[in-house]
Design a protein around this ligand. Sequence first.
Ligand code: WT7
Length: 632
Amino acid sequence: MENLEQVHLQVKEIFYPPEDIKKECIVQDYESMYKKSIENPEEFWSEVASQLHWFQKWDKVLEWNFPYAKWFVNGKTNITYNCLDANIEKGRRNKVAYISVDEEGNEKKLTYGELLEQVNRLANGLKSLGVSKGDRVSIYMPNTVEAVISMLACARIGAIHSVVFAGFSEGALKLRINDAKAKVVITATYTKRRGKKIPLLPIVKEAIYDLDFVKNVIVWDRDRELEESEFSKKFVSFEELIKTSSPYFNPEVMDSEDPLFILYTSGTTGKPKGVLHTVGGYMVNTYLTTKTVFNIKEDTVYWCTADIGWITGHSYIVYGPLLNGTTIVMMEGVPVYPHPGIWWEYVDKYRVNVFYTAPTAIRMLMRFGDEIPAKYDLSSLKILGSVGEPINPEAWLWYYKNIGRGKAVVVDTWWQTETGAHMITTLPCYPAKPGKAGKPLFGVVPDIVDKEGNSLPPNTIGHLVIKKPWPSMLRTCWGEPERYEKYWKEIPGNVYSAGDLATIDEDGYIMILGRADDVLSVAGHRIGNAEVESAIIEHPAVAEAAVIGKPNEIKGESIKAFVVLKEGYTPSAELVEEIKETVKEVLGAIAVPDEIEFVDKLPKTRSGKIMRRVLRAKELGQELGDISTLED
Ligand code: WT7
């Protein structure tokens, strides 16, 4: 935050949308639409929700019982009806829903009609295994259309899906399956990365071996390499289940407030929280934000490079784009394999119009040079999205110039697992300021406040809060309502505290500066300092650990750990490797520290709390700040 002035200087330039894009914008007059959403939410949201199918209309748009909200009260619907059946009714049966590609150019295309059939078959298959409304199903799958089918099949029968990113290790997977008490796990034999097969099934087997409540594991045997004997009453074939089940299924009638999914995300304690989203409000807001932020038209080809294991995948690979009847590209693999132009090759090949990715990927691809994207015809691109962390002006400009070639708009979307959908963004119809996310979306009332909840003047750093409930907000944390309530009680004034630091300028553009709490942002992924610390402590030689984030040019932040060893152990390079391996096993590769330093003791408060702030300041050569609570 030291160089905020520098940052402000960098973002002085304003970028106006090209005329042809502006003309096509679904939202032409942001100001009046926003005003209506705030002054007359009942009418605004009724109009939006009415564009979707409901088995029974809601009685009331919002019932707000601080801090608990009900949206579209007593409305009955099924999100998959709107994702699938409704599109078919609108004549999109033969329209391609997904183009699911891997790194080698293999593709699988599925039309809306085919997708509905597959989802129905798997829904029947799940029912035949005894899964019903309200049961939890964990999904540990590669980023392919089979994962989407799994999610939708759950939603079709009213089961609550809990997708676990397939990069997470056995420990992280087990914790999530156990917390949700999943009856069924859906997985695949492997996922592919950099041309290599990364096994998934063995990890699932280890994770569930002593979890008796897991009745079945559904396995997508990708290369049909499993022996007959590996299937059993418990281990069921994904493809068999689909093949032998009926293609007809009446979607479960869901109450607007019935749970849709749980998605775990890092918080400030060692245990991730199970963010719970419900059907109605999530459906309405992912529909609206996808439509307006990405300007979806009938012929739009849309590609979001996220993984279904994160909220971006849920809202903007699956639900939002399907609710808009879009053609969606999804890819399994990394952006640099088999070559660092693979993304641009696919943008060219599939004539992608909307491309949505993360700053960390942009910064990485930037390094390979401008000549890589220059080889491709990227003229189909109209909207370039960014998400996950602040986009630095340098990366913004590179994206704008070398990918959009000045003919596309960049939309920087700020939101969170908890918010379910975009909250603050540049809409394509109004000017963008590189490095600033932009203005609030419909129904969103943000403010920048101090710790006491007082609004701060423009260009002052403070805490980002949301002052009113919004349709796609999280409803609770699975099994831990007190953690949910904490979001609304952190800062006085009955506001939702996002945990981010931000500023707002004279024009109302909000700039997000990063997390205010003990949560790291590594390559756009949220990782709790405490999670990494408790993983490190699992190594038998470790007595104590403290983890900090250090600025990193590509990843945003890199992880450094300070480790105190137990009596009798001496620091060594082998120990460093062993500790890294432990973290990899417990949490997964994304959480492995880049640096480990052995120390004799950690700075603590008199009450014994580790002062990570002091470690960080020392590491970065900054002022130590207030250390009056330091033990010695
Ligand atoms: C945190 C939420 C929402 C999808 C991906 C991450 C940071 C997210 C932006 C942005 C600056 C951003 C915030 C936020 N973040 N988008 N456009 N500009 N920061 O979801 O894992 O729930 O993390 O990501 O710090 O609080 P998540």
